[in-house]
Design a protein around this ligand. Structure first.
Ligand code: DGP
Ligand code: NA
Ligand code: NA
Length: 210
């Protein structure tokens, strides 16, 4: 393999967590920080609601359309697949991607509905493997107290409790877990630490994998 290109590629950094855990503001802050450091970095999110598939997902989440649980699961997955080649291109050209939700959301949310977990994982196989997964940890009860909760289909306490359980069973020792109930600044600081550590050490020399 070509050592040079694998050591100069960007890092694939994924943020996961329950709704209202603060992922979106933290990915914005992290993006701004890395960008100001002169890094080549982009902030992405899934679902990407801008594509045709993304618009179907968005309409489903807003309760404007109904879909079979398996069908919506596959649409979420397809939404990641349609961005895969661009993702690979960006990473290979040296751009670090901060991605707000990825395959773990797919598996956690759909298996929380009762779908078989192995069935949920299958369509994610072959997507690019993250270099770092950061889980912003908050209890479903605390998340529910935060503003804006309840606007979309999945933002309900009982369902989020199930999602939390699914995430717990998906987590492995490589995930970095940050207490999302700390102040915004403290979460930001801890996030920077794990991300800089990954960018300086863990993804260096490691080829992109699936
Ligand atoms: P967000 O834009 O991050 O608020 O995500 C929208 C909602 O969709 C949120 O409740 C999490 C959920 N979600 C994200 N990705 C997936 C997925 O792949 N499958 C399912 N079932 N739900 C997902
Ligand atoms: Na949300
Ligand atoms: Na689903």
């Amino acid at each position: 393999e070509n050592k040079e290109s694998s050591s100069s590629r960007g890092a694939l950094i994924v943020l996961e967590g329950l709704d209202r855990c603060g992922k979106t503001s933290q990915s914005g802050r992290l993006y701004k920080y890395l960008d100001e450091q002169g890094q080549s970095v982009e902030s992405w999110r899934f679902p990407d609601r801008n594509t045709g598939i993304g618009q179907m997902i968005s309409s489903y989440l807003a309760n404007k359309s109904q879909l079979d649980d398996h069908a919506i699961h596959l649409l979420f997955s397809a939404n990641r697949w349609e961005k895969r080649s661009l993702m690979e291109e960006k990473l290979k050209s040296g751009t670090t991607l901060i991605v707000d939700r990825y395959s773990y959301s797919g598996v956690a949310f759909s298996s929380a509905k009762g779908l078989d977990i192995e069935w949920c994982k299958a369509p994610e196989i072959g997507l690019l493997a993250p270099d770092l997964v950061v889980y912003l940890d908050i209890s479903p009860e605390k998340a529910a107290e935060r503003g804006g909760y309840g606007d979309e289909r999945y933002e309900q306490l009982e369902f989020q409790k199930k999602v939390a359980g699914s995430y717990l069973s998906l987590r492995d020792s490589s995930w970095k877990v940050i207490d999302a109930t700390l102040s915004i600044e403290d979460v930001e600081k801890k996030l920077r630490e794990v991300v800089l550590d990954c960018m300086m050490t863990c993804h260096k020399g490691k080829p992109l994998s699936q």
